[in-house]
Design a protein around this ligand. Structure first.
Ligand SMILES: Cc1ncc(C[n+]2csc(CCOP(=O)(O)OP(=O)(O)O)c2C)c(N)n1
Ligand SMILES: [Mg+2]
Length: 620
């Protein structure tokens, strides 16, 4: 779009960048996105942003995808970002378009996802007048953004866009919003393109010093029961290879948060898989110790970690439960690129601010010069015993056999009932463990984490911190756009899928072959689970079917998908599952597989909120 004419120097003699040809504000914005390497934008138009859409029609680099709801567009941009590591870009008009983006922005904030959200704004002269579709988007989003801009001068657009991408993608990534008044979109100017975006006071390149790193090695040598506890920071910091080299060199077992799933291969002998409320029993024991309850008295059975290496992780309450009891007997080393995370939820004996990849790479160098002497043999034996004692498992329980589901749909044939865990296990088998998985929020999300085994970073894309239902399918669209060569599957719940079902239109029209498997239990299953555990099973508006016709599966997702011209199938019996799933995997189109499962299953293990590992419920 732009042609470099001359280099321009500022009065102080500092280089300001290359001067472009005169163009509209809307065109400057699009050209600035192109300069950031943007190839896809998820954008829904309206009065305050149609100028930008007009400019986008003239871009030869950027594919504009029209979602069917701005929330879908925001989640799709996040899916793109999570799958690719590059900033996702979404756009909406002012007012309701902008407010519809807020959930995705909050999600990106909670999970540290690089997202640039653009919004049209009413003309500057109308700001503050309560005009049609005016919302103070800058103010509205302040608590859930890494940074925000309101464009007030056309000459600032190149710098603002450059900074926005730099801020979104560096350090601890996060969402940045740019609110863009319509009158500036319509002005004309000659842009000056900056090469870099130095921002005073923002220095994301943090590096641990050798003194601290040597101290870590000293602590490892002194420990008997070390555990690596790693989070999404290792993925966003591209530190998986360094983590693996370090874990192997030091022979330290690794547990991840659900955000960190894929940072370390879950098929590796040192993997403890993920920990926390619904994590593996052995990961939770390895961190906090094993306990037994005798007449309400808590008796220690075996100690947990005496050294916790918390890398790129934030001690979220879904991981720690009662935080004082989390790894109570361990020395804690915490490395994070964001200093504000250190000593926030859990005090650390050794808090270190660092880019985790730089820290691990240097640790690996140090360990190469001075190999760790300890082998932790007894510790590995203990962990093997824990893995043996409490693997993830499921079976057809009495609750399932006595359920309404058996009466209404199965004709009493227990051998034909499909448990949700089976579906994911089979998917793992049929995809050879290689698919990218997205999820909604609920029981199916936890089972998707448990029953698929993840071996590479950016393989499981899930709304973790915000826990936003409706995330799964649009995120799968974004991921499929970013990684078209991969099978991308949304493992969803019936409630969650319905929240952004309109994105089936986007998938069909844009030819994005993202597939959805609905674990359809006709309920808000996770809330039902809490009702069963804590409210004597009293149902508080958690049934999603038609109470007047419980034998019917409601809504009919197959008919719904077909109305969007998306192929779909429903499976009720186990005998039909494998072939139906294979048909879905073989399809080169978007696809919906609606699998009917009982609602009586509970996700286990389960450490109730705010409790300790001693109160963990798990399968014996
Ligand atoms: C937008 C939103 N609203 C409400 C909730 C609270 N919530 C958490 S899980 C859940 C049930 C989800 O049901 P479904 O998608 O069918 O999944 P299931 O648990 O049945 O597998 C609800 C309502 C949420 N996480 N997000
Ligand atoms: Mg459900």
């Amino acid at each position: 779009m732009s042609k470099t004419v001359i280099e321009k120097k500022s009065p102080a003699g500092r280089e300001r960048g290359a001067l472009g040809t005169p163009m509209l504000g809307s065109e400057i914005l699009v050209a600035a996105l192109e300069r950031e390497g943007v190839d896809t934008i998820f954008a829904y138009p309206g009065g305050a942003s149609m100028e930008l859409h007009q400019a986008l029609t003239r871009s030869r680099q950027i594919r504009t995808i029209l979602p069917r709801h701005e929330q879908g567009g925001g989640f799709a941009a996040e899916g793109y970002a999570r799958a690719s590591g590059k900033a996702g870009v979404c756009m909406a008009t002012s007012g309701p378009g902008a407010t519809n983006l807020v959930t995705a922005i909050a999600d990106a904030y909670m999970d540290s996802i690089p997202l640039v959200a653009l919004t049209g704004q009413v003309p500057q002269a109308m700001i503050g007048k309560g005009g049609f579709q005016e919302t103070d988007f800058f103010g509205l989003t302040l608590p859930v953004v890494k940074h925000s801009y309101l464009i007030t001068d056309i000459n600032e657009i190149p710098r603002i866009v450059k900074e926005a991408f730099y801020i979104a993608q560096t350090g601890r990534p996060g969402p940045v919003i740019i609110d863009f008044p319509k009158n500036i979109q319509q002005q004309k100017a000659q842009p000056v393109w900056p090469r870099t975006a130095p921002i005073r006071g923002y220095n994301p390149e943090k590096r641990a010093d050798d003194v601290a790193l040597n101290e870590i090695i000293g602590l490892i040598e002194k420990s008997e029961r070390p555990v690596l506890y790693v989070g999404g920071g290792v993925i966003s910091g591209n530190a998986s290879d360094e983590l693996r080299a370090f874990a192997e060199a030091a022979q330290i077992p690794v547990t991840t948060t659900i955000m960190g799933v894929g940072a370390f291969p879950e098929t590796h002998p040192l993997s403890l898989r993920w920990l926390g409320m619904h994590g593996t029993a052995y990961a939770n024991w390895a961190v906090s110790g094993e306990f037994r309850k005798d007449d309400e008295k808590v008796i220690a059975v075996a100690p947990g970690a005496d050294l916790l290496l918390a890398f790129g992780v934030r001690f979220d309450d879904r991981v720690t439960g009662k935080v004082e009891k989390f790894c109570e007997s361990g020395t804690i080393v915490h490395i994070d690129i964001d200093a504000s995370e250190l000593n926030k939820n859990k005090p650390a004996s050794l808090p270190i601010v660092s880019d985790i990849r730089l820290a691990l790479a240097r640790l690996n160098e140090l360990v190469r010069h001075r190999p760790i002497q300890k082998r932790f043999t007894a510790w590995h034996r203990q962990i093997a015993a824990w893995k043996e004692k409490a693997p993830l498992r499921y079976r057809v329980t009495d609750e399932v056999l006595k359920s309404q589901h058996m009466r209404d749909h199965m004709g009493g044939k227990a051998s034909e009932v499909i448990l949700p865990q089976m579906v994911i296990e089979l998917l793992y088998e049929l995809t050879g463990g290689d698919a990218i998985i997205t999820t909604g929020v609920g029981q199916h999300q936890m089972w998707a984490g448990q029953w698929y085994r993840y071996t590479y970073p950016r393989q499981l894309l899930t709304s973790a911190g915000l826990g936003a239902m409706g995330y799964g399918y649009p995120a799968a669209l974004g991921a499929k756009v970013a990684r078209p060569e991969k099978q991308v599957l949304d493992i969803d719940g019936d409630g969650s899928f319905l929240m952004n079902v309109q994105e089936l239109a986007t998938a069909h029209i844009e030819k994005i072959a993202a597939k959805a498997i609905i674990l359809n239990n006709q309920h808000l299953g996770m809330v039902v689970q809490w009702e069963d555990r804590f409210y004597k099973g009293n149902r508080g508006h958690t049934y999603l079917g038609d109470p007047e016709n419980m034998k019917q599966i409601y809504p009919d997702f197959v008919a719904l998908a077909k109305s969007f011209n998306v192929p779909a199938e429903r499976v009720m019996y186990k005998k039909d599952l494998r072939a139906a799933m294979q048909r879905m995997l073989d399809s080169d189109q978007p696809y919906v597989l609606d699998v009917i499962t009982p609602y009586t299953e509970h996700v286990l293990p389960f450490i109730p909120a705010g409790r300790t590992v001693a109160e963990m419920i798990y399968q014996h």
